[in-house]
Design a protein around this ligand. Structure first.
Ligand code: NDP
Length: 449
């Protein structure tokens, strides 16, 4: 890192003390920007980096709600509105007990560049709460969502800030949140939230988009080395929204996903994961993953197992981490690289530690960073907003074609940018630089904002 960037990073770390995930994300992005700052001194003169690392607005609020026993509970809500140079703040809400301001800030920062890479008119933001929906009844989740929106609604709007789902926030939560927004504002403002049900303003393909998009990105990346998913054996961590539809798309392209996971353990299925069974368990029954092995003779469940260690037991071609940040460390990366894995594709946000990324690069394993590979979700959210604005509803085929085109565009933009800056095949540099330049140029055009 150049001395200028390094001193800026020191400043970011100091101003955001105790937020290690945000530090990690800032270090990664700034670490890629040396060549572009050197070639374009006007960015430094206009203090673009100082501005882009500081959120435009950070909201923290109390969320009181009553559980089924009548006990009053209090959680903390967050929304970080990071950058609106390209469009309204756009990014999901995460409900998980681990959520802090630092988590939301890291996710919001990544979102700026991800959204810019899509080429669509959306700024970057993220939000959430330390509320844990696991084990809560529908009525409790509804009361929590209503209380959360009772504060957040005043900061939202289809031209201001448009949240969506993330970990712990799916169609059920988006429904409760939208219902409360509609009630408070007395407006059927469909474009204020995305990830809505298809029957009431949602877009076909939004549910599948992040997982599908990550696999399409991987397909393009593999093609640069003459490979494909046909016949490939794949590991997908997690078993939530992103993981599920990554699994489905790998199977559609002729590959086999042999394992997936949740925070309690790993399922290894010799015959390949049965997508329909997994979808039924996770989306309909809201069951734990251990239940999958109980219903499928070819599968075994390993409590507290390490999904990446499977690469030492059975041949694996591609790994797609789709659970959470820092879930794939240097040891796991060494296992993958040492056993012939060709590509690691981040379906989740920042699932690979910086040390893991170094190991993969040193071993010449193709690596796709989340801000490029998982952008299909937010891109399709923007397509949902387009349909809401025009009072239209597209077919599945048309929406999926748009998603494919966007993912191919992101892949090519990253690859070309890496090439232009003398680092062919470096998708991290490509994604960071291409995303940064689009936002930075818009910020300069809008004056000192
Ligand atoms: P879900 O809540 O649907 O699923 C999350 C999955 O990851 C679950 O299987 C969960 O297991 C597992 N998981 C969560 N936290 C941990 C943890 N600390 N350790 C191990 N496993 C964990 O979330 P999504 O699928 O929507 O999101 C997954 C990732 O993808 C996140 O990084 C998110 O930011 C990112 N992403 C999501 C997008 C979307 O459209 N949904 C868009 C772009 C990125 P368990 O049930 O046991 O908690």
């Amino acid at each position: 890192m150049t001395p200028v960037l390094s001193s800026l990073l020191d400043d970011v770390l100091r101003r955001n003390a105790g937020e290690p995930e945000f530090h990690q994300a800032a270090r990664e992005v700034l670490g890629s920007l040396g060549p572009v700052i050197e070639a374009n001194p006007h960015y430094a003169r206009a203090a673009v980096l100082e501005r882009i690392t500081e959120p435009e607005r950070q909201l923290i609020f109390r969320v009181p709600w009553t559980d089924d026993e009548g006990t009053i509970r209090v959680n903390r809500g967050f929304r970080v509105e990071f950058n609106s140079a390209l469009g309204p703040y756009k990014g999901g809400l995460r409900f998980h007990p681990s959520v802090t301001l630092g988590t939301v800030k890291f996710l919001g920062f990544e979102q700026i560049f991800k959204n810019a890479l899509t080429g669509l008119p959306i700024g970057g933001g993220k939000g959430g709460s330390d509320f844990d929906p696991k084990g809560r009844s529908d009525a409790e989740v509804m009361r929590f969502c209503q209380s959360f929106m009772t504060e957040l609604y005043r900061h939202l709007g289809e031209y201001t800030d448009v949240p969506a789902g993330d970990i712990g926030v799916g169609a059920r939560e988006i429904g409760y949140l939208f219902g409360q927004y509609k009630r408070i504002t007395n407006r059927y403002e469909s474009g204020v939230l995305t990830g809505k049900g298809v029957g009431w303003g949602g877009s076909l393909v939004r549910t599948e988009a992040t997982g599908f998009g990550a696999v399409v990105f991987a397909q393009r990346m593999l093609a640069t080395r003459g490979r494909s998913f046909d016949g490939a054996r794949v590991l997908v961590s997690g078993s939530g929204n992103v993981a599920l539809y990554a699994i489905q798309k790998v199977h559609q392209l002729g590959g086999t996903v042999v394992a997936c996971s949740d925070s309690s353990g790993v399922v290894y299925d010799r015959d390949g994961i049965d997508f329909e069974l997994l979808r039924q368990l996770k989306e309909v029954e809201r069951a734990r993953l251990s239940e999958y092995a109980a219903r499928r003779p070819s599968a075994e469940y390993r409590a507290n197992g390490d999904i990446w260690a499977l690469a030492a037991e059975t041949p694996i071609d591609v790994a797609i981490p789709c659970a959470t940040q820092n879930e794939l460390d240097a040891t796991a990366a060494a296992t993958l690289a040492g056993n012939g894995v060709a590509a690691v594709v981040e379906g989740a946000n920042m699932p690979c530690t910086p040390e893991a990324v170094q190991v993969l690069r040193a071993a010449d394993v193709l690596f796709a960073p989340g801000k490029a590979a998982n952008a299909g979700g937010v891109a399709t959210s923007a397509l949902e907003m387009q349909q809401n604005a025009s009072r239209d509803a597209w077919t599945f085929e048309y929406a999926e074609q748009r998603l494919d085109d966007i993912m191919t565009g992101i892949h090519d933009r990253c690859a070309e940018t890496a090439e232009r800056y003398g680092a062919p095949g470096d998708y991290v540099l490509g994604a960071n630089v291409a995303g940064f330049v689009r936002v930075a140029d818009a910020m300069l055009a809008l004056g000192v904002i």
